[in-house]
Design a protein around this ligand. Structure first.
Ligand code: ATP
Ligand code: MG
Length: 406
């Protein structure tokens, strides 16, 4: 029997990972690794999996005290759909009922209705699941004042699980991050601006297992140091999920000034976006990213019409993922609030895309005309020069950022 009897532990329930066949153990290893890396910074926990659940068990008083911090960490690990604190106890109905009476009144405070769900993985246990639920429900009604059973629409669900090693009792499972484990779908380069959309796009791809590298384009002095800090802050928030992320910062100042002085104003944005794409592709190849990720949403602005997207898209020799392409702004904002980037995204600092913006940007550009404008300058040489301005900042969930230089 395990050492965690009558102690609060964290249970993390698998999501889609359950459906994986031969790859399942690779996925499990990644999820455990994510949890262990985080636990190392919080306290002394034993972390192991069994029966499609990961158990996080505190091993000393420090770890018990910080169990809520560990719960926060577990909620940000992709691959788990539900996370809850639970009491582990001996598989004996009297012990279970005693624990229910001791542990649940505090948890159920303020709730008006509940139901009990029991699961008996160990079929040798002498009671059926409905029998366990009945007993536990009765015990709750006897010790929690004013609460009623509602099996259809309860405010809170109490779960009793009879597992191979012991029984677990918990109430109020919280949502996990969902998705599949971070880093199981390759690496993508996220074009990260200071806006609302791109951090959400990064989150959505990370949730599908893509490890992120970020690139941010600045245009100092037209964009400020604070605008850059804001982007690094957004990257830091993404690190709640990713743990660490590298942000490559490239200056477009020279390119933007030359575009302003030499090219048809109506094509500024498109030309700038072609430079951004050329630089992103170069970087993606250099650091081994298999795809580019942007926060574009069809029709949101002039540069996100089908034709405008095409004149940039046609440059790419690796896939470009646009997870927000079919989403409305309010749907994007909802996710941005949920992941915690919204309040930072709306801080009013300028972006390089908002300096020298044309009054009448082309919404149906022809590639030929765009290339004609592009050829007024030495495209390849300017890309090389801009690329040489690259700086790298490693942003980390725990600890300070590290500037890596080029
Ligand atoms: P966001 O809301 O993310 O800032 P946006 O609404 O401002 O995007 P655009 O400026 O057209 O829209 O940018 C579309 C996408 O291009 C962004 O979602 C982002 O992926 C990328 N992008 C824009 N500006 C930058 C930048 N300065 N650095 C890196 N990527 C950028
Ligand atoms: Mg946008």
């Amino acid at each position: 029997m395990s050492t965690c009897i009558n102690k609060e532990v964290i249970l993390c329930k698998y999501g889609e990972v359950i459906l994986k066949g031969a790859n399942r153990s690779d996925f499990e290893v990644k999820m455990l690794k994510q949890l262990r890396l985080r636990a190392k910074r919080i306290g002394n926990y034993k972390i192991y999996y069994s029966q499609s659940t990961v158990y996080i068990e505190p091993l000393d008083n420090g770890a018990i005290e910080r169990i809520d911090d560990m719960l926060f960490q577990a909620k940000h690990v992709f691959g788990f759909v539900g996370v809850s604190k639970a009491i582990a106890c001996e598989k004996n109905i009297d012990t279970i009922l005693n624990i229910v009476k001791e542990y649940l009144p505090e948890k159920l405070k303020g709730y008006k209705t509940f139901k009990v769900e029991s699961k008996r993985a160990d079929k040798r246990f002498p009671m059926t699941s409905p029998e366990i639920s009945n007993e536990v429900g009765g015990a709750i009604l006897s010790c929690v004042k004013g609460i009623k059973v509602d099996v259809k629409n309860p405010e809170i669900t109490v779960r009793v699980e009879i597992r191979d090693s012991e029984a677990f009792i918990h109430a109020g499972q919280e949502k996990g991050a969902g998705g599949i484990p971070y880093g199981t779908s390759g690496t993508g380069l996220l074009l990260l601006s200071g806006g609302i959309d791109s951090p959400v796009a990064g989150f959505m791809m990370a949730k599908r297992g893509v490890a992120l590298e970020c690139v941010h384009f600045e245009s100092f002095p037209y964009t400020s140091e604070r605008a850059k800090e804001k982007v690094l802050e957004l990257a830091k928030i993404l690190c709640d999920y990713t743990m660490r992320v590298r942000v490559h910062i490239i200056s477009l100042t020279e390119i933007q000034e030359l575009l302003r002085d030499n090219c048809d104003e109506d094509y500024f944005t498109l030309l700038l976006r072609r430079y951004m794409m050329a630089l992103s592709l170069k970087l993606a190849h250099e650091v081994g990213c298999e795809a580019i990720i942007t926060g574009e949403s069809l029709g949101q602005v002039a540069s996100q019409t089908m034709k405008a997207i095409h004149v940039v898209n046609e440059m790419a020799d690796i896939p470009i993922y646009r997870p927000l392409i079919g989403m409305d702004k309010n749907e994007i904002i909802e996710i941005s609030r949920k992941i915690g980037t919204f309040d930072t995204s709306i801080l009013p600092y300028e972006d390089c895309c908002t300096v020298f913006t044309p009054k009448h940007p082309r919404t149906r550009p022809e590639l030929e005309k765009v290339l004609e404008e592009q050829n007024r300058l030495n495209f390849d040489e300017l890309v090389e020069r801009a690329y040489a301005t690259k700086q790298v900042v490693v942003v980390k969930h725990f600890g300070d950022n590290i500037i890596e230089g080029q």
